[in-house]
Design a protein around this ligand. Structure first.
Ligand code: UT7
Length: 315
């Protein structure tokens, strides 16, 4: 994983908007988050995460045969952030492209990487990375307290037949697009002086509506993936849900019938890093010795779109 060093605490936010540490912790479970420096782009964090994942996999980045970046906070509208990552890693040749599926992006990327590997690719990098701090409205207390910056990566390779993705479930409902989106800057509402003045280049979110859909989508997708993987809640050693709000994570976990001690969270430290939350949590769980060979892990996410995805894998 790769996180910017700057920490922004709830106490500091108290001095920026009308909020309190108590409110943020009680309603979300977040205590602090990381914030990128002014000169840091999403591709910087993604390149750092891919480099580390390659080291861990004992692989040169040049040996990757595809690079998938999951992000909503792209470096530029075009080209893809994945191409900027290639440039920063000093690699070329392999296909590189972005997946735009919001917070479900890493699991969407994992699904694509698995398909590429099944089709003969040997090493596919999937990286979820975001610099949310550059697209949130720092005057809107309903959103700015929630998000953080970071990136996490995985290298997907052909397995030994025993470990890997057992089943997944993914989907989208574009009718819900307006409940969470960045209105301006694209072809719907091109950038202008007016859009900038009206703050239309920042996150627009109907928090309560997102909350309700998130709980249902995350739990339904996880239950469906577990059924298809032919595992029960008892078989799950660790649940790594998308980390947006502890209350959403807890409600989804309960609906899946997985005990509290088997859910892993880094939300308190990093906030909602969108597509980066799952790979960062996966990395930290592994570093802390919470994941062992043969473990069955379920990950589930929801995000802008509205998208959802769940994956059951055997480590
Ligand atoms: O990855 C996907 C990204 N999005 C999400 O996951 C968001 C999902 N939604 C949520 O997590 C929650 O809906 C929020 C955390 C955004 C809000 O929590 P809530 O329990 O749904 O609160 P609310 O929106 O119903 O607001 C309750 C009150 C309101 O005041 P009044 O109208 O009751 O006087 C808000 O104005 O809390 C107020 N409020 C705040 N107060 C202090 C909203 N934000 C804040 C804040 N500090 N930061």
């Amino acid at each position: 994983m790769c996180l910017p060093p700057r920490v922004l605490t709830n106490r500091e936010l108290e001095r920026m908007v009308d909020t309190s540490d108590e409110w943020i912790q009680e309603r979300t479970g977040i205590r602090e988050r990381r914030i990128a420096d002014a000169d840091m782009a999403t591709s910087d964090l993604c390149a750092g995460a891919v480099r580390q994942a390659c080291d861990d996999a004992r692989l040169e980045p040049a040996a990757l045969d595809a690079l998938i970046v999951a992000t909503s906070t792209t470096d530029t509208l075009f080209p893809s952030t994945a191409c900027w990552v290639q440039r920063k890693l000093g690699i070329k040749g392999m296909p590189a492209f972005d997946v735009s599926a919001g917070c479900s992006g890493f699991l969407y990327g994992l699904e694509l990487a698995s398909a590429l590997v099944a089709a003969g690719h040997r090493a596919v990098a999937v990286v979820g990375g975001e610099v949310m701090s550059k697209v949130v409205n720092w005057k809107d207390r309903g959103t700015c307290v929630l998000f953080g910056d970071g990136a996490g990566a995985a290298i997907v390779t052909p397995g030994d037949g025993r470990s890997g993705v057992l089943a997944s479930n993914w989907g989208a409902d574009g009718n819900l697009a307006p409940i969470l989106y960045q209105p301006a800057g694209g072809t719907q509402m091109p950038a202008s002086h007016e859009t900038v003045e009206a703050g239309r280049h920042t996150v627009h979110m109907e928090g309560n509506t997102v909350f309700k859909h998130a709980v249902v989508a995350m739990s339904s997708a996880a239950v469906a993936a577990m059924r298809d993987a032919e595992v029960t809640a008892d078989d799950i050693t660790l649940m790594i849900p998308h980390q947006a709000n502890l209350r959403i994570m807890e409600a989804a976990r309960e609906r899946c019938g997985i005990p509290r001690e088997r859910m892993y969270s880094v939300l308190h430290k990093y906030g909602n890093m969108s597509a980066a939350t799952i790979p960062v949590a996966l990395h930290e769980a592994r570093s802390e010795g919470r994941i062992h060979d043969g473990d069955v892990i379920v990950s589930t996410a929801f995000g802008t779109g509205f998208t959802w995805a769940a994956t059951v894998l055997r480590w």
